[in-house]
Design a protein around this ligand. Structure first.
Ligand SMILES: [Zn+2]
Length: 292
């Protein structure tokens, strides 16, 4: 009889775990901060992948099929890969209008919203720049949004989630003070980047991004644009070329060799580079490499 009770209690507690699918590693980290051991998380991508083009493998469908909650970046960052997976998973709990669908982009102020769009503009992000995770000041808001959603789906554990959020908020507030003080030293610095991936970080810390290596969003560099860039970098005393981990870096090296600017490889998400496996280490790396 006693053994039966143990089995029952054990299986109930297993069942109680929320099943959560998350689009990107930073969301996994934030969710872990709030949920701790009360959730099982399926991560749909890797930090060193191009977030616009995750390979929609069929194995990801089973993770979505069993989920009580799907948390995505939104602002169309997943438009090229996630919608067909959601459709094929056929799980009513995580459809767009369902309670278990959380689009983080709805809770931050999006920047770079285009005033008009036409075919000459490349693959422009029409709802605004979706790479808002690059601003460390967005993190507390996102953690709170996740805390509230977890509490809606699992009311019983609201005090637990709330406490974890408060602890995280205190820790993060201290981190922000350190980042802000350090970055103050680099205000006004000029950079170029491959894609407008780092804009939220650059806006936050008043660093000027003069141009991009891609002539248009999603369009590969060409020689005319590259030569123009070299001139622009020389004339404007641009210090850094911000290179992400998933685009080719030959163009950046070439521009550096002709212009004197330095190439710096940056993570765009948790785990994109070695040594960036936590939220802290991710932003520590960004701050340390851009402003040293
Ligand atoms: Zn983008």
């Amino acid at each position: 009889m006693r053994a039966l009770w143990i089995i029952l209690i054990f299986s109930t507690s297993l069942f109680a775990k929320l099943q959560i699918a998350v689009a990107y590693p930073y969301i996994e980290q934030l969710t872990k901060e709030i949920a701790k051991d009360k959730a099982e998380i399926t991560l749909l991508s890797q930090g060193n992948w191009d977030p616009h083009f995750v390979v929609p493998k069929p194995s990801l469908i089973s993770g979505l099929r069993d989920s009580d909650l799907l948390i995505l970046n939104g602002a169309s960052l997943e438009i090229g890969w996630l919608p067909p997976l959601i459709q094929r998973a056929n799980n009513p709990r995580i459809q767009t209008e369902a309670k278990g669908y959380l689009d983080l982009s709805k809770y931050v102020e999006l920047k770079d919203i285009p005033t008009h769009i036409d075919s000459s503009m490349g693959h422009v992000h029409k709802e605004g720049n979706p790479h808002f995770i690059l601003d460390p000041h967005n993190i507390i808001t996102l953690a709170e949004v996740i805390m509230i959603k977890l509490s809606v789906l699992d009311k019983e554990n609201y005090p637990f989630y709330k406490k974890n959020f408060e602890v995280f908020k205190t820790r993060w507030t201290k981190k922000l003070k350190i980042y802000d003080a350090k970055m103050k030293q680099c205000e006004g610095m000029k950079v170029v980047q491959y894609h407008e991936l780092f804009n939220y970080f650059l806006y936050r810390y008043k660093i000027k991004s003069l141009d991009n290596l891609e002539p248009l969003p999603g369009v590969k560099p060409n020689s005319k644009h590259t030569m123009d860039l070299i001139n622009k970098i020389r004339q404007n005393n641009v210090k850094l070329i911000l290179q992400d981990v998933y685009h080719e870096d030959i163009t950046a090296s070439f521009i550096a060799s002709k212009s004197g600017a330095k190439v710096v490889k940056l993570p765009h998400d948790v785990g994109a580079l070695k040594g960036t496996q936590t939220l802290e280490k991710f932003y520590d790396t960004l701050v340390g490499r851009i402003c040293n």
